[in-house]
Design a protein around this ligand. Structure first.
Ligand SMILES: Cc1cc2nc3c(=O)[nH]c(=O)nc-3n(C[C@H](O)[C@H](O)[C@H](O)COP(=O)(O)OP(=O)(O)OC[C@H]3O[C@@H](n4cnc5c(N)ncnc54)[C@H](O)[C@@H]3O)c2cc1C
Ligand SMILES: NC(=O)c1ccc[n+]([C@@H]2O[C@H](COP(=O)([O-])OP(=O)(O)OC[C@H]3O[C@@H](n4cnc5c(N)ncnc54)[C@H](O)[C@@H]3O)[C@@H](O)[C@H]2O)c1
Length: 412
């Protein structure tokens, strides 16, 4: 039996590791248990499709905390262990070895899992996914000079792995079933920049592609067949067709689940003393006036502070604007804000999209709702302030590089 004031964190990713840190930083001095089903202590995933995959970053650099940190801070790490159920009435979780652990407060930071490809042949060897550090290592060994790599999905995983594979000298085809990669998240104007980037680096980018089946010899993939009948030879197939939040525990425990675990702005779920953060949380965002589930690193980095404070009974609200970034070849990008299709009426550019050095602003009327900087640095905080200020501006000023962005902020 654990003492009555035990706080339990379920999940072993960035949100879980940061939550342990924030709970200690903000005064939880009782027992603290972090239970994760991976054997690795909490680590960040962005390098798995970038520096780690390219061999530029080592394994030590990806962890949220150094090895000794958990012991030094009195955090019990239970790795390689799954939580199989949550009982919100009895306030206890059950582990995969049958043990029950009572909690005073519980944080669900169970993240998400890759959607699987559901066509014949999808279970052949060398049909690869990318979520965990071992997956990245498998991709790395498949990305060799001249290897034929077919990537299914032109989202973030698809494009970042395509860039890594091309950098390693592989022949790369990207199959995207929409008209452009990243179309839904960036809209046409910015998505075209990424399509051009990959084509310029020799990727065979195929929009409107419908994969029909994966073919193999001796249990190992040797190609894919598309709906138009064409056959593409492949030494490996990388699948990046999106993720689904890991909500089973929450669902079975009777928590409100709708596109993730529903929380309020304090990251409290519908059941008392259970909180959620990171990829799995569909949290009410007071600034945007709606629930939002964000599948990005910065959200898993920052939400745990709010969750920890609210687990400790302190008042805290999560209202940071979404932020994400990518690195592909020599392109570095940062994005902040929220611009869903229909939530903006035009995109204004400052700089030259065809030179891949610019800032893009998503506009709703005279207000900026999201901004993206491509190979332009140290502007994203100003863009965030501009969005948060709600200041009105006009396209001529926004698109003029001679006008400092700071001058568009309201004077205080
Ligand atoms: C390859 C890759 C590259 C990325 N690059 C970027 C990037 O460049 N920029 C960006 O903004 N975002 C990026 N992301 C997204 C970002 O990594 C995620 O948003 C982030 O990992 C979410 O963290 P999390 O802790 O909420 O969930 P996760 O990282 O998914 O961690 C959840 C953990 O909980 C474990 N778990 C689940 N259920 C249980 C259970 N019942 N019991 C015990 N443990 C359980 C899971 O196995 C997992 O270890 C990338 C993601 C991937 C996969
Ligand atoms: N830089 C970053 O922010 C970054 C990098 C890597 C991963 N991630 C996160 O990891 C998660 C997974 O990334 P992802 O790229 O798998 O998901 P995604 O949702 O970003 O993209 C999936 C893409 O696959 C396409 N698609 C879906 N089914 C298809 C099919 N059958 N055939 C062809 N195309 C298909 C979709 O149209 C979409 O373009 C996301 O949450 C993402 O935000 C983020």
């Amino acid at each position: 039996m654990s003492p009555a004031n035990t706080f339990v964190i379920v999940g072993g990713g960035l949100a879980a590791g940061k939550a342990a840190e924030e709970l200690r930083a903000h005064g939880h001095d009782g027992p603290l248990l972090l239970i994760g089903d991976e054997r690795e202590r909490p680590y960040i995933r962005p390098p798995l499709s970038k520096g780690y995959l390219l061999g530029k970053e080592d394994r030590e650099s990806i962890h949220v905390h150094p090895e000794g940190w958990y012991r030094e801070h009195g955090v019990d790490l239970l790795l390689g262990t799954s939580v199989t159920s949550v009982d919100g009435q009895a306030k206890e979780v059950t582990l995969d070895d049958g043990r029950r652990v009572p909690y005073a407060k519980l944080l669900l930071a169970t993240g998400s899992s890759p959607r699987r490809l559901s066509v014949p042949g999808a279970d052949l060897d060398n049909v690869l996914y990318l979520r965990r550090v071992g997956d990245s290592e498998r991709l790395k060994s498949a990305f060799t000079e001249g290897a034929r790599i077919v990537v299914v999905g032109g989202g973030w995983i698809g494009l970042e792995t395509a860039a890594a594979a091309r950098t390693a000298g592989a022949e790369v085809t990207v199959l995207e079933h929409a008209e452009l990669p990243l179309l839904r998240v960036l809209g046409r104007e910015a998505a075209e920049v990424f399509a051009g980037l990959h084509r310029d680096h020799g990727v065979d980018l195929r929009p409107h592609a419908e994969i029909q089946r994966v073919t193999g010899t001796g249990g190992r993939v040797d190609g894919v067949v598309l709906a138009d009948g064409s056959h593409l030879p492949a030494d490996a197939v990388v699948v990046g067709v999106g993720i689904t939040p890991n909500v089973r525990l929450a669902e079975e425990a009777g928590l409100e689940v709708r596109n993730g675990i529903v929380t309020d702005e304090h990251l409290r779920t519908s059941v008392a003393d259970i909180h959620a953060a990171g990829d799995v949380a569909n949290a009410y965002h007071p600034r945007l006036g709606r629930h939002l589930r964000v599948e990005h690193w910065a959200n898993a980095l920052h939400q745990p502070r709010t969750a920890a404070l609210s687990m400790l009974g302190k008042d805290a609200v999560y209202d940071r604007l979404p932020y994400f970034y990518t690195d592909q070849y020599d392109l570095g990008m940062e994005y902040t804000g929220y611009a869903e299709p229909g939530g903006y009426d035009r995109v204004v550019f400052r700089g030259a999209p065809d030179e891949r050095r610019f800032i893009a602003f998503w506009m709703s009327g005279n207000r900026v709702v999201a901004g993206m900087s491509v190979n332009v640095w140290d502007v994203i905080d100003t863009i965030r302030s501009l969005i948060e200020s709600g200041a009105e501006t006009d396209d001529a000023v926004l698109s003029d590089p001679a006008v400092p962005l700071e001058s568009l902020l309201p004077r205080v």
